[in-house]
Structures are given as structure tokens and as C-alpha cells.
Write a protein that binds this ligand. Structure first.
Ligand code: AMP
Length: 592
């Protein structure tokens, strides 16, 4: 006997579910389905997105409704058009073997005339967004007099989105005698109010702990300098060549800006936010769903209800203003039992929020350092090798060219061919990442310490951008003055008024000694071991105090400005591009 059958699901629905490939009920289905089928009741179910809740309420509905009648018996309300369409599509599949079953979707941004036409045919189940439903009720185009079941899906999201009054109006238009099933990822006061107002001793079912983030999600954060947020994003993305991700920003302006910058830098990305027309949003979503886009940059509101499976990473480019939104964001990954990663890129002033998020999700957030250039190159190299290994050869098409190719390569050994083939790509990104700066926040030791690299020593240098030096000119100047070769300095990071360099351990003494008593443009130079952090960083803070116009770098900010908005107008530093710039499609971002 099929497991869904043992839960009480009707035979035609079981047949459809088997066809869909659902073998085992998810935990929420296991609890909710028999409860709803055993005895009619009101229900409050706490479950994250992606847990299989559509089938948890959908299968009982299609098992219980009277499809001989064309009267509307079930009304499902969902926060977004995407979710509304998704639920409709799922219910149509669940009821495909039930004669006369009709499920109609009612949502904004599409022709209301067509939807009225659909309703006239008779729909036992209506799936609607609250705004358009109120419109239908106002126009007297829908008869809710026979409704027996109302489902409020993602109730917290509907309230977040300001549908409170619409929900009240719709529920008031349904019969007093009915059963209400409420599904929500979190249980804020407004959701409790709805449940108290419209439900009678509801059965409560919780999957996982209340307000808990999805158990299969790893939460990671990177602490970076504010001005390096975008460079950090790219580094993270480059470190995950097979990413299929959702990047969240706080404002529409920031969303568009990040998406534009990514596109310019050669990534397969696009923006999704409320300033786009419905047609534009549909187009973007279609491309994302079909994986033409590898990354979607979105606002919280626009991304609500997006149900795209297999999202590997959610990246919080900025943490949300509303702390609860974090669970909605991260819940877009790790759907239906899969695993996922939620990454937050934070600056010093946001670091206090991590503890709050750990409490909210009941999960430990792991601080990691932004991958260095070498690590990114290594990752890309092995990804390339893996792709070569897994590439399907189209024998027929390539056969004609092979004799000439063999002839061309005949003087090379197998090892040489492999090396050269891999180098055609590897050289490009290793060149690009040569001298890539360390993007991890210098003041982040409290959370995990700066990275120690073997064989090199980190030195503080009292020269920086204000001395009109950049990575290259500073390196040249130090190499010349200390009489050390270019490869003696392995890394340079130039800040406003000071810099950090890494020199090979055996050359450190020589470099420090060479600068004793030296000056640059009349300014005495200090070079000293990075070990004495007290001498380096506070000096920058001191200077900032007297240079009030300088952009905040985190030191002057106090932590815990939880609701402070970015404004989204910060410019992006261009010096760090991606390998795929200037229109050339990078090898690792092919459409899959
Ligand atoms: P939902 O939470 O309803 O949006 O479901 C998330 C995803 O899980 C959807 O893609 C469903 O098709 C899938 N799903 C739901 N129930 C099951 C199940 N029992 N077995 C396998 N996949 C499922």
C-alpha cells in the first residue's frame, strides 16, 4: 500500500502523487494529512517554505471536496502571484484523475476579464492573492457562499505585505461555518490575532522548532569593510563556480545597482524588484527558473513566494531590516529536504545582528574569511577539470575534425596537452587574481582572527592611498628601497592612510631595517610587524577623527544600528572585475 494511501488520501490523488514521484510523505504531510482527513477541524501549522506544505493541505482538499458540484468549496489565499500559480499548478496535478475538478487562479497583474471567464465555468477550488480577491468580491464576480475550507498559506508573509485588511474583508465574505487552515513559517502577534479571531480551538502542528530556520541550511557570514562589500560578493560567487543563487538587497535601488554591476562584470545575473513591470518580472523569473540566469538579485518583497527548487545559495548582500525576513530569505534554499547555504556579507556595524539571528534561527552562524585569490583560482581550476571530465563528447560532430587535431598536437605528450589545455583558461583567471587583496575585515579578530599564512609575515606600513600609492607602486617602492625581489612580497592591501603587506618570513627583518629613518615625500615611514595590531589600526581611527569627511570604514561606527538603512547609493569599486569582463563569456558560466 502506498504511504499516502495509508494517510487516507483518495485513490485518484494517490495515483497522481505516485506519478509525480513523491514516495515518502514529508514530516508536515505525515502530521497534517491524517489530522485533516480524520475529522474536520481548524488548523494552525507552523512550517517553513519548501517543506511540502502545499501537498499537506492540497491532498486532503482534493480527497474531501465534492467535485460533482461546481460550487466553490475551498478558497486558498497566498501572498504572491508566483505562489498562487504554483499552488494552482500543484492542485491541478493532484486532481488530474478526478472528473470535473476545476482549480482557478485569481491574481493581480493579469487580465481580470479572463479570470472572471474562468470562474464562470465553476471552480471547486479558488487559489487567490488577497488584493485581486477583494477586487473580485467588490465586483460581485465570485460566490463564496458554499466555501467550507479556507487555507491561509504563508500567513505571516501576507501580513508582512500589508494584506491584513484584505484578509479581514475576504474572511468576512465567507460563511461563518467553515474550517480554516493556517500555514505560517513564523508566529508573530498578527498571525496569532488572525488565528484567535477566525478559528475555533485550532489543532496546532509544528514541524521543527518554532521560528526555526530550515535545519538543512548552513549559515555563514563574512565580515568585510563596507566599501568592499561588492568585491566580496564577487569573490564569494567566483569561489562557488556552480552557484545557482538568490542575492538579497535591502532597497530597489541597491538591487538594480548590484545586478547592473554583476551583468557589467560578465555574470549571468538580473534584478527582480517592484519597479519592474509584471511582464519584466515574468521574463526575469522565466530565465531564472530555466537557469539561463545563474543569479537573481532581489528585494524581499519581490522574492516572496518564489519557489524555485535547487537554489544552492542565498546571499544576503545586506541583512534585512526586519529580522524575521532572514528566515524567509534563507528558506529559498534547501527546499524539500535538500541542503543549502545562506551567506551574509556584513560590515562591522552589523556584527551585533549575528547573535540575534542565531537566536532567531536557533543555529550557529559560522564566520569564514573571504576566499583569497589563490583559493578562488584553485577552486576554478578543479571545477574546470571536473567539467572537462564530465563533458559529453558529441562523437559524430567532432569526428571529422579529429584527424587534423591529432596531426596538430602530435609532437605533444598527453601530460603536455593536459597542461596546455587547462592553462588556456587557468592563465586568464590566475592573471586576474594575481595580487588580489585580502577582503576580510582587518578588525575582525574578535570573531575569529585574521588569516595566518605559512612562510610569510604580515607587516604594517605607514603609507597609503593618501600618499598617492596603490598596490603596484607601493610594492615597487618597498622592493626597491629594501632591495628585495618582486616575489618577496606576496600580498599588498592599501588602505587610506596605511597598508598591510605580506613578505616572505626570511625577508621581513631586512624590509623593516631598510626603512629605519627613511621618509616618503617628507613623511617618516614606519614598517613594523602586523603582530602589534595596537599600533596600526588605531592610527587610522585617529586620523579619521581629524578628517571628518572621510568615508566610514567601520571603525567609527557603533555596532547595533539595526534599522539603519544603507540608502543604496554607494559606488562600486571597479578594480576587481571578474574573469569574464568585456563581453567575453566566462567558461564557467555557461547556461546549464
Ligand atoms: P512546498 O513546500 O509545497 O512548496 O513543496 C516544496 C517542494 O517539495 C515542491 O517542489 C514539491 O513538489 C516537493 N515535494 C512536496 N512533497 C514531496 C514529497 N512527499 N516527496 C518529494 N517531493 C515533495
Amino acid at each position: 500500500m502506498n504511504k499516502f494511501e495509508t494517510l487516507g488520501v483518495s485513490a485518484p490523488a494517490v495515483k497522481a502523487v505516485i506519478e509525480l514521484g513523491f514516495e515518502t510523505p514529508t514530516p508536515i504531510q505525515e502530521k497534517v494529512i491524517p489530522t485533516l482527513l480524520a475529522e474536520p477541524c481548524d488548523l494552525v501549522a507552523l512550517a517553513q517554505t519548501g517543506t511540502g506544505k502545499t501537498a499537506a493541505f492540497g491532498l486532503p482538499l482534493v480527497s474531501m471536496l465534492d467535485f460533482h458540484s461546481s460550487a466553490t468549496q475551498a478558497l486558498i489565499l497566498a501572498p504572491t502571484r508566483e505562489l498562487c500559480m504554483q499552488i494552482t499548478s500543484d492542485l491541478k496535478i493532484f486532481s488530474k484523475y478526478i472528473p470535473h475538478a476545476n482549480v482557478v487562479a485569481i491574481y493581480g497583474g493579469a487580465s481580470i476579464i479572463n479570470q472572471i471567464h474562468e470562474l464562470k465555468k465553476g471552480a471547486q477550488i479558488i487559489v487567490a492573492t488577497p488584493g485581486r480577491m477583494v477586487d473580485m468580491i467588490d465586483r460581485n464576480k465570485v460566490n463564496l457562499g458554499s466555501v467550507e475550507y479556507v487555507v491561509l498559506d504563508e500567513a505571516d508573509e501576507m501580513l508582512n505585505m500589508g494584506f491584513k485588511e484584505d484578509l479581514d474583508a475576504i474572511l468576512a465574505s465567507t460563511p461563518e461555518e467553515k474550517y480554516t487552515w493556517l500555514f505560517s513559517a513564523t508566529m508573530p502577534d498578527e498571525v496569532l490575532r488572525i488565528s484567535r479571531k477566525y478559528m475555533d480551538h485550532p489543532t496546532e502542528i509544528t514541524v521543527g522548532a518554532k521560528n526555526q530556520g530550515n535545519a538543512n541550511i548552513d549559515h555563514i557570514y563574512y565580515l568585510v569593510n563596507e566599501r568592499e562589500r561588492y568585491a566580496a560578493l564577487k569573490r564569494v560567487v567566483d569561489f562557488h563556480p556552480d552557484i545557482f543563487g538568490l542575492i538579497f538587497c535591502r532597497t530597489k535601488i541597491e538591487t538594480q545597482k548590484v545586478a547592473d554591476a554583476l551583468i557589467k562584470d560578465g555574470y549571468n545575473a538580473d534584478a527582480l524588484h517592484g519597479d519592474l513591470s509584471q511582464a519584466q518580472r515574468d521574463f526575469v523569473m522565466k530565465r531564472f527558473r530555466s537557469r539561463v540566469l545563474q543569479m537573481l538579485v532581489a528585494t524581499d518583497v519581490a522574492a516572496r513566494g518564489i519557489d524555485v527548487s535547487d537554489i544552492t545559495h542565498v546571499i544576503n548582500y545586506n541583512l534585512p531590516d526586519e529580522i524575521e525576513s532572514y528566515t524567509h530569505r534563507s528558506g529559498r534554499t534547501a527546499r524539500a529536504g535538500k541542503t543549502g547555504i545562506s551567506i551574509s556579507i556584513i560590515s562591522n556595524r552589523d556584527s551585533g545582528k549575528i547573535k540575534t539571528l542565531e537566536r532567531l534561527t536557533n543555529k550557529k552562524f559560522k564566520r569564514e574569511t573571504i576566499p583569497g585569490g589563490k583559493e578562488v583560482c584553485e577552486k576554478q581550476l578543479f571545477y574546470l577539470v571536473q567539467r572537462i571530465h564530465d563533458t559529453q563528447v558529441d562523437e559524430q560532430s567532432i569526428a571529422g575534425y579529429m584527424p587534423k587535431i591529432y596531426e596538430e598536437l602530435k609532437d605533444l605528450t598527453k601530460e603536455e596537452i593536459i597542461k596546455r589545455f587547462v592553462s588556456t583558461e587557468f592563465n586568464r583567471f590566475s592573471q586576474y587574481y594575481k595580487n588580489a587583496p585580502d577582503l576580510t575585515h582587518e578588525n575582525g579578530d574578535a570573531h575569529g582572527g585574521t588569516r595566518e599564512r605559512p612562510g610569510v609575515v604580515r607587516l604594517f606600513v605607514s603609507l597609503g592611498e593618501m600618499d598617492e600609492l596603490n598596490r603596484h607602486s607601493l610594492k615597487d617602492f618597498i622592493c626597491q628601497t629594501a632591495d628585495i625581489g618582486q616575489d618577496g612580497i606576496t600580498w599588498v592591501d592599501v588602505k587610506k592612510s596605511f597598508s598591510f603587506i605580506e613578505v616572505k618570513t626570511e625577508l621581513a627583518e631586512k624590509a623593516i631595517a631598510a626603512f629605519k629613518g627613511q621618509s616618503y615625500r617628507g613623511r617618516p615611514i614606519r614598517i613594523e610587524s602586523r603582530g602589534n595590531k595596537e599600533e596600526g589600526i588605531p592610527r587610522e581611527r585617529h586620523r579619521n577623527k581629524y578628517r571628518g569627511h572621510e568615508k566610514s570604514n567601520g571603525f567609527r561606527e557603533s555596532a547595533g544600528h539595526f534599522r539603519q538603512r544603507e540608502g543604496g547609493s554607494r559606488g562600486f569599486r571597479r578594480e576587481e572585475g571578474s574573469f569574464g569582463r568585456k563581453g567575453k563569456k566566462p567558461f564557467y558560466r555557461g547556461n546549464r
